[in-house]
Design a protein around this ligand. Structure first.
Ligand code: SF4
Length: 418
């Protein structure tokens, strides 16, 4: 294991990152799917080896906090035994593939996204040159109808397109239609060409959008032998992601979406969700890129009882829950870059009726980990206070500087929050 304390890059299971509460590592369940027994085992290992706090990431990973050099090694060993990781640290770090949460468990699915996602993971693991992909570089496979998946800054996206797949690159308007049997080869060629072009730069590119600017995306697709067109992709959902029960068309079953408050669970909460998956669903938990967990195959007439149990646990399951409008990163003391307690301040803002204000992002610093895109209102921690950005991301130029949380609450009340 490389247990060096490295900062400023993406952690993985065997490459921990130093944080304010110890080391953190990421678990990437293959295709984002966990059995209930594996979820309980991860939760138990997080409690035993770490501090028991588990973040849901926008890559559909579980981020385990509060480990030490020695315990991180034991934790990684436990994940390998469960089959939730591969032994090669470089392959494990590069294996970042998001898949829509239901796959073929959605009766209206447009393709077998899970099988394709697992095949892309296998390609990465078995191809040493692809282990050079940067840690933040990610793939998305989406065929979802009930719960389509979007990704923030997904480098290579593969979406179902009428019996085939459409491949697009972050930052490029063109895309290419590819038959199912040709997708893996196309993905290999695109990733290889990305690595070659990234390495030609004085400072190697780390993300696809650095290459796709100024027509570079279309050239990359064509260099991989793909025929490009400007067919528009299906519009991506831009509303707040759903929570609660979502029925399949003409069916008495559906999926149940449980969101964690500000994206964080404690180990005992993950255990409780695993038991709910067994009692109410098909015994699996699916991870999403919007920091929620999906329980498939829930009967409509039992959804109310499941909602009551999850709400009792403190989870978000009702559309009107004001916490759905507020996102927050771990903040102080968990992250050394933060000077503000983002989650406590986010909870305080959630206690207001902020429906008239719109979504609020509370970020510990300008990196904006919890919500990389623009929000109607972004609070950016700065030296123990907040700068405010209107309609922008955390790294935009602030409209106001140096406000305390009480001043922000007053300001929001004057603007219509109650
Ligand atoms: S945005 Fe939050 S979690 Fe990310 S580096 Fe800044 S303080 Fe840390």
């Amino acid at each position: 294991m490389n247990a060096a304390l490295r900062k400023g890059w993406c952690p993985s299971l065997m490459m921990p990152m130093a944080s304010g509460d110890g080391l953190l590592v990421r678990v990437k369940p293959p295709a984002g799917r966990l059995t209930a027994s594996n979820a309980e085992a991860v939760a138990e290992a997080a409690r035993l080896h770490g501090n028991g706090f588990i973040d849901l990431t926008n890559r559909g990973n579980l981020q385990i906090r509060g480990l030490s050099d020695a315990s991180a090694e034991d934790f990684a060993g436990a994940m390998l035994e469960l089959g939730l990781a591969v032994p090669d640290p470089a392959a494990e770090a590069a294996r970042t593939v998001l898949v829509d949460p239901l796959g073929v468990d959605d009766p209206m699915t447009r393709g077998d996204s899970r099988a394709l996602g697992l095949a892309i993971e296998a390609l990465i693991v078995e191809t040493p040159e692809l282990h050079e992909l940067p840690g933040k570089f990610g793939f998305l496979v989406d065929a979802g109808k009930l719960l389509p998946t979007f990704g923030f800054g997904i480098d290579i996206a593969i979406r179902a397109d009428a019996e085939a797949w459409r491949i697009s690159l972050d930052g490029c308007a063109s895309s290419a239609r590819v038959e199912t049997g040709a997708v893996i080869d196309a993905v290999y060629r695109l990733a290889s060409i990305f690595l070659a072009r990234a390495g030609e730069r004085a400072v190697p590119a780390r993300r696809m959008r650095e290459i796709t600017a100024d027509g570079g995306g279309q050239r990359l697709l064509e260099s991989a032998g793909l025929v490009t067109d400007d067919a528009s992709m299906a519009p991506l959902p831009n509303e707040t992601p759903p929570v609660g029960f979502l029925a399949h068309d003409h069916a008495e079953t559906g999926a149940f979406v449980v969101a964690a408050p500000f994206g964080q669970l404690q180990s005992q909460e993950l255990v409780a969700l695993a038991r709910m998956a067994e009692a109410f669903g098909d015994g699996t938990l699916r991870l999403t890129c919007w920091r929620a967990i999906v329980l498939p195959s829930v009967d409509r007439d039992r959804a109310g009882a499941l909602a009551a149990k999850a709400a009792e646990l403190g989870m978000l399951v009702y559309a009107g829950d004001p916490r759905r409008l507020v996102s927050a990163c771990p903040g102080r003391p968990a992250c050394p870059a933060a000077s503000v307690d983002t989650r406590a301040d986010a909870a305080r803002l959630s206690a207001l009726d902020i429906a008239g204000v719109g979504a609020i992002h509370v970020s510990g610093c300008a990196k904006g980990c919890a919500h990389p895109q623009a929000a109607p209102l972004t609070l950016v921690g700065n030296d123990g206070r907040y700068d405010l950005v209107r309609n922008g991301p955390a790294d935009a130029r602030p409209d106001f500087h140096g406000l305390g949380i009480a001043e922000i609450v007053d300001r929001l009340r004057r603007e219509g929050a109650r």
